[in-house]
Design a protein around this ligand. Structure first.
Ligand code: FMN
Length: 203
């Protein structure tokens, strides 16, 4: 059977979502998928980035990483979208990328794929679930198949987010991923790869 094609498409200002995306890449590859890790372009004005040392540092460090294109979504059997929360919503940067997919949407090229999301916030809860639900509004319009993790493994009772995977960065916005979140990311990647594999024509 052909490998499942997994696209991990994310936005990150200060590196948290980037780290989660890298963790998902590793787990997706271990699950046997062909993985593309892609960053969506930054849209913020230079002065906004310059006003935040962590943002500037992360921007400089990752600005040459491969950028997401519509083809990455069309190519994929499963797509994981990652975004920090912005007032309980998807970042404008990721939303802008989604908003460029109209031609592919119109041709039905975004439908019948597996999708799920991951996010982060500074405070506990902090809008994490509403961010994922807001992201999934777009997936329904794609005709995509939202493969939420639910409580499909006992480990989900530890991280407690059935809508996706999320991390709390804390007051200094720098708390590292916990082993519980790490396990939830691995589970998410394995789950979307497994379900996408069942949908392949050769299955
Ligand atoms: C404009 C803005 C709005 C934010 N809104 C929230 C929020 O509503 N709740 C929250 O807990 N954190 C909020 N945050 C914090 C970010 O979600 C947090 O810094 C981010 O998840 C870190 O991810 P990153 O390192 O990948 O950028 C906000 C940050 C910004 C810049």
């Amino acid at each position: 059977m052909a490998d499942v094609k997994l696209a991990i498409i994310y936005y990150s200002s200060t590196g948290t979502i980037h780290g989660m995306a890298q963790r998902l890449q590793e787990a997706g590859e271990k699950a046997g998928a062909d993985v593309r890790l892609r960053q969506v372009p930054e849209l913020a004005p230079a002065e906004a980035i310059a006003s935040n040392a962590a943002w500037s540092k992360h921007f400089d460090r990752t600005k040459d990483e491969p950028k997401a294109t519509a083809d990455d979504v069309v190519w994929a059997d499963a797509v994981l979208f990652g975004t920090p929360t912005r007032y309980g919503n998807v970042t404008s940067q990721l939303k802008q990328f989604l908003d460029t997919l109209g031609p592919q949407w119109a041709q039905g090229q975004l439908a019948d794929k597996v999708y799920a999301g991951f996010t982060a916030s500074m405070t506990a809860h902090g809008g994490q679930e509403s961010t994922l639900l807001a992201l999934y509004n777009t997936i329904y319009h794609f005709g995509g198949i939202v493969v939420a993790p639910g409580y499909t493994d006992p480990l989900k009772f530890a991280d407690g987010n059935p809508y996706g995977v999320s991390h709390v960065t804390g007051p200094a916005n720098d708390a590292p991923l916990t082993p519980v979140e790490d396990a939830a990311l691995t589970h998410l990647a394995q789950r979307v790869v497994t379900i996408a594999g069942r949908l392949l024509p050769s299955h």
